[in-house]
Write a protein that binds this ligand. Structure first.
Ligand SMILES: C[S@@+](CC[C@H](N)C(=O)[O-])C[C@H]1O[C@@H](n2cnc3c(N)ncnc32)[C@H](O)[C@@H]1O
Length: 261
């Protein structure tokens, strides 16, 4: 994949291009609650927190959260948008988390895993910072379990180019299960519609998805022309929904007397 430098691209438009409605956010928080322990508060990490799309909602639902984000600009947007108790943002990455060992009950990585360059190191680092039994919520796509957003088919090589950004599911599972984790769950979450097809087109034009950086100028031009024609037929039709994968991993308790599930 062509890597994205969020300090030079996307940071200005990301919050607008990728905004979630209140209902969409609720669906995600409910899906996360279903795979997290019931006790409260839970200490959370939002790794690759970006503009903080999820961080304040995580704090409200579960307890104090630290957003860890390598891009200065993305972090600035997050900080400007939310100054609330229980939320803080720190510079760092999945490979280098600026937090103490065994302090967090869970870590969320929402569409940030595919940006991680040294994945084995990140898996070890995530294992260091979670408590034994802690959970990693990996909202990632997988090349062989890839969502089919309705607009993707209008772009030449659309599905293929988007799926190629991600690893196959078995590769991710193998890497974690051979380094002290177990799979606690795998499923999909379907957000309610983002609005009308016309609204969605306006947001896609901001190109705040890594997918667009993988296409040539010609492919982008062709894709947007086709998409505009299709949307023009009924711009106020609701944007179609699609299912998105969520993989939950649990850090095995390595202490000698531990009883893992
Ligand atoms: C698609 S955005 C997702 C942001 C946020 N999780 C969300 O859902 O809105 C990907 C984010 O991952 C961050 N990122 C890039 N490399 C990373 C790494 N090695 N560790 C953690 N985050 C990283 C980027 O800076 C960017 O903010």
């Amino acid at each position: 994949m062509r890597s994205i430098d969020y300090d030079t691209e996307q940071h200005r438009d990301y919050a607008r291009g990728r905004a979630l409605t209140r209902e969409q956010l609720r669906v995600w928080i409910d899906a996360m609650a279903a795979v997290l322990p019931e006790r409260r508060p839970l200490a959370g990490l939002d790794v690759g927190s970006g503009t903080g799309r999820f961080t304040p909602a995580l704090a409200e639902a579960f307890g104090p959260v630290t957003g860890v984000e390598p891009s200065v600009r993305m972090r600035e947007v997050a900080q400007a948008q939310s100054r609330r108790p229980g939320v803080r943002y720190l510079a760092g990455s999945a490979e280098d988390l600026p937090v103490p060992s065994a302090g967090a009950d869970y870590a969320l990585m929402f569409l940030s895993w595919h940006h991680v360059k040294d994945k084995p190191r990140a898996a070890r680092e995530l294992a260091r910072v979670l408590k034994p039994g802690g959970r990693l919520l990996l909202r990632a796509n997988f090349s062989d379990h890839h969502p089919r957003p309705w607009w993707l088919e209008y772009f030449p090589r659309g599905y293929e180019a988007d799926a190629a950004i991600f690893q196959p599911l078995h590769e991710v599972i193998e890497m974690f299960t051979t380094t002290g984790w177990r799979v606690a769950g795998f499923g999909t979450v379907t957000e309610p519609s983002a609005g009308t097809r016309g609204d969605m087109l306006a947001r896609l034009r901001l190109r705040t998805l890594s997918f667009f950086a993988q296409l040539s100028d010609d492919e982008l031009e062709t894709g947007f022309r086709r998409l505009e024609e299709a949307v023009a037929a009924d711009p106020s039709a609701p944007a179609e929904v699609f299912a998105e994968p969520l993989l939950t991993l649990e850090l095995l308790d390595q202490r000698p007397d531990a009883r893992n599930p």
